[in-house]
Structures are given as C-alpha cells and as structure tokens.
Design a protein around this ligand. Structure first.
Ligand SMILES: [Zn+2]
Length: 406
C-alpha cells in the first residue's frame, strides 16, 4: 500500500526552496510523487501526518567511526573484533535514530563496518545506509600506527604501508574485502602522539598509487589531513575529499576549487576536546594541538566557503566525548563559523550525496529517490538549532522514529 506524508513545510534539497502543504507519496522503499496535498486523494492510503513539521531528506554524516564510542584514551587494544562489531552496530542504529539515514564510515578496526553494512543490506539487522572504507591506510609512524616500544607490534588502527607498492597492495586488499572507498591518513593528527598535527605522513606518490587502484574500481577516497603539504599532496593525487583540513594555504584552496575536491571540516571533535580542557580526562598534548588547530581551522573554512570549495558535512563521531546520536552539533558549529543555515542543510544532504556519488539515490526528495526522510518541530532553515528538534525518521520507507528526540 502507498504511504502518503502530509508535509507542513517541505525542503526537498533539490534547491534551497521551502514549500508549504505538500504531499510525499511513497511506494515501498522509494518516493513515487510529490504534489500539493489538496490535489491528492488520501482515501484508502496510509497517511502520516507531518503537517505541523519541517520535512527534509534524511541526514548524511560523511565522516564518522561507528566502532569508536567517544571514550577517552586508547581502549582499542583491549577489545576484540567481536566487541567492535557489536558496538559498531549499536552506534550505527543510534545514528539512524538521530536522523542520519546514510553514514560514510571512514576507518575502523578490521572490516567490522563492512560486516554491519552487509547485514543491514541483507535485512538481517536494521540500521542506516552505510558507505565503508574498512581500515584506514597510513604510514609507519602515522596515526594508524600505535607507538609501541621497538620489537612490539600489533594493535594497529589500520593498515600500515610504506612506499607506492605497499599502498597499491593495501588498496587492493580493502577493495577485495568490500570497501566502497579508501581512507588515508595523509598527515599526523590531533589525537595521535605526534607533536605537529600537520606533519605529512604519506607522500604524493604513495597516495597516487592507491588512488589509481581506487579509480580503476570506481571507488572514491578520503584523506585525513591537517597540514598544508599533506593536503596539497592528497589533492594533487586526486583525492575525493579532505577531512579536517586545519592548516591550509591559499594555493591549496585554489587547487581544491580547480580539482573539485570536497572539504569535510568536522568541527565537533575539537569542540568537545576543548570543552574538557583542565579536567584531566584528555592528555595535555591533545589539548595543546586542538587549541592551535581551531583558530586556523575556522579561518581556512571561511576562505574555502568564500572561494567556493564544496563543503561536506562530517562529525568524526567516536572521538573523545563525541557520542553517536549526538553529532548534530556540527550544524550549529558550521553556521557559527560562517555558513548560512541553508548551506549547512544542503551540505548534509545534496552536497554529501554527490561526495558519496549517490546523488541519484539519497540527499534529495524527488520521484525515484529512496524514501529517507526526517522531520523537525520548528524550522531549521530559520534557526539551525531547530535541527535538534527531530521528531520523525524514515529510511527506505520504514519509520524508525515518530516521537520527539528532545
Ligand atoms: Zn575520523
């Protein structure tokens, strides 16, 4: 039976318009038709009344870690793949309940994200649509490589490679196990034990070798990159998106515009880290690096906005105090740093859909698209904080929330 949703306000994300009193007609998993509700015959239809709500596409989070739980310190070494898989599944479900109908998981232990994605796609478990990288690929001494004492190995957070040949091998390996994309650790990081978060870790040649393999498979790629040189190398190598991007120079920004590289800034992680400055729960070296990074980050983000870099929405959920299901704060931080509410909503819908190469499936409400729909009390287009007033979530035509989240 067809389901019809009465929408008070409707933002389809096809453009920036908000329409009033529209009907969304859903047939099984997809949207069949959108029309003014006074032209629709509701008799004999399953009607969902969102006539008092702001209705829009399901949200897309393009950067998170389903198997990380937001705790501080490295508890990675004491957990098995089994623990990570169950934790990852529960987190993905929490993200869906929070309105994120599509997730791009960029880096996990083993291949647990792919197992979860496949179980959801088979219908064995419920959860969001997932695009997965499997383990991240990084260099010896990079953020995926734990600094054990010499002679002790293991407990990597990803695949550790040196040189183009090993990078090619790693790319083939993750694609063989079902990854949709590759995730690189191009530079050091805020949470890793290196003094300079911007220090380049992978060379242009290394990333180019792996990206060539991804391109042959039609897969995309993302680079964790804080420093200018690492960002520039990744962009030149043909990366799809730069993640974090704390330090950039004008030449890098220009290059990103020219190459059509996406930028996923992820403001939430540093916000939470700095919220805990002084309480002793986060290591001093992390606090120091976060403090330095944020001032540059904001300025570069504003330059990117002005220059017309495509800005995607990602939250890095799973980092310290950055809990699954609570990541909508990224919207507020993006707007506070200079984006309009309109741009922020587009970023988490149609922009992210094109970043994921899924623009014909998700990120917009139109005939033929998946019925991934969220609704809010208030109007997030007028006040972005109304994004916290989530009251309805549908994915694939199935309702996962019909009571307010707040
Ligand atoms: Zn991350």
């Amino acid at each position: 039976m067809e389901t019809v949703i009465k929408c008070g306000k409707l933002y389809t994300a096809e453009n920036d318009d908000v329409q009033n009193d529209m009907a969304l007609v859903i047939d099984d998993k997809v949207i069949k038709e959108i029309c003014p509700w006074n032209r629709y015959d509701f008799s004999g239809r399953n009607v969902i009344d969102l006539s008092q709500k702001f209705v829009m596409p399901g949200l897309i989070d393009a950067h998170l870690h389903t198997d990380s739980d937001g705790t501080t310190g490295g508890n990675f070494l004491s957990k098995t793949i089994g623990d990570f898989t169950i934790q990852g599944m529960l987190h993905a479900q929490a993200d869906l309940k929070a309105g994120f109908t599509t997730l791009r998981n960029v880096g996990c232990e083993g291949y647990n994200d792919i197992a979860i994605r496949d179980a959801i796609n088979r219908g064995d478990i419920w959860g969001p649509r997932m695009i997965c990288s499997g383990p991240a690929i990084g260099a010896t001494g990079g953020p995926t490589d734990f600094p054990h004492k010499p002679g002790v190995e293991g407990g990597y957070m990803g695949i550790v490679c040196d040189g183009p040949d090993e990078m090619r091998k790693a790319a083939r390996e993750v694609l063989k196990h079902g990854a949709d994309m590759l995730k690189f650790m191009a530079t050091a990081g805020i949470n890793s034990k290196s003094l300079d978060p911007g220090a380049q870790k992978l060379t242009y040649e290394e990333m180019r070798a792996a990206i060539e393999i991804a391109e042959m498979a039609g897969a995309t790629s993302a680079a964790h990159a804080h420093g200018t040189e690492g960002i520039k190398a990744a962009v030149k190598a043909g990366i799809t998106s730069i993640e974090h991007g704390s330090y950039m120079d004008d030449e890098t920004i220009e290059l990103m515009v020219k190459k059509g590289t996406y930028f996923v800034p992820t403001f939430v992680p540093c916000f939470h880290i700095l919220e805990h400055d002084g309480d002793g729960t986060i290591a001093d070296y992390i606090i120091t690096k976060a403090k330095n990074a944020v001032s540059h980050h904001r300025e570069n983000y504003q330059k990117c906005l002005k220059a017309g870099v495509k800005i995607g929405f990602g939250t890095d959920t799973g980092t310290p105090y950055n809990f699954h299901g609570k990541q909508k704060m990224e919207f507020e931080l993006m707007v506070n740093a200079g984006m309009s509410a309109r741009q922020a909503l587009a970023s988490a819908t149609r922009v992210n859909a094109s970043l994921l190469k899924m623009e014909d499936k998700v990120g917009k409400l139109a005939a033929g698209m998946f019925a991934d729909i969220t609704a809010y009390d208030g109007d997030p287009m007028q006040d972005i904080r109304d994004i916290y007033k989530l009251s309805f979530v549908m994915k694939d035509g199935v309702v996962y929330r019909d009571t307010p989240e707040y």
